[in-house]
Design a binder for this molecule. Structure first.
Ligand code: RP5
Length: 159
């Protein structure tokens, strides 16, 4: 079950999803995408989740951002919620974080579709060493970038 279902509350959330999709590909994780609204198409959300064999769900939404919680209500598998930024920001962030007892959503930061993909990979790596190997490689690259940036800054400021 090394699959991720990425659900967006609206097509306008796609740029946030697109931060994570290349990472899922890189980690060798199969994914499907869908648009479904917690408020406008609740039955569609239910059907998508109940009909999915994904091991992890990523739910992306802004404004009242009910989608991650709605997805979690239909599954016992892990749900990662990505709040989408807007005019207010705290609305979506708090909505994703403030789940009631017993139905958690793993919230990442505003617009952090990339971190949602990495977290999904971390969860799936527990049962798949190849995903773990690719994750370790990715993390090493990130560390090397920081070191290269540090060297660049040192050169730029001349000390
Ligand atoms: C969009 O409305 C937002 O980005 C969000 O994903 C969506 C929320 O819609 P509902 O699920 O509340 O209908 O503009």
């Amino acid at each position: 079950m090394q699959k991720v279902l990425v659900i967006m509350g609206s097509k306008s959330d796609l740029p946030v999803a697109e931060k994570g999709l290349p990472l899922l590909k890189r980690f060798g994780i199969e994914f499907e995408t869908a648009v479904a609204s917690a408020h406008r198409t609740p039955k569609r959300v239910e059907d998508l989740v109940k009909g999915s064999d994904a091991g992890v769900f990523i739910a992306i939404a802004g404004l009242s951002a009910a989608l991650p919680g709605a997805v979690a209500s239909f599954t016992c598998r892990p749900v990662i919620g990505v709040p989408v930024s807007g005019a207010v920001n705290l609305d979506a962030l708090l909505s994703v974080v403030q789940m009631p007892p017993g139905i958690p959503v793993a919230a990442v930061g505003l617009d952090r579709g990339d971190n949602a993909a990495v977290l999904a990979a971390e969860i799936l790596s527990l049962a798949d060493p190849e995903i773990g190997r690719r994750l370790a490689e990715y993390r090493k690259e990130q560390a090397l970038k920081v070191e290269a940036d540090s060297e660049q800054v040192r050169t730029d400021v001349g000390s």
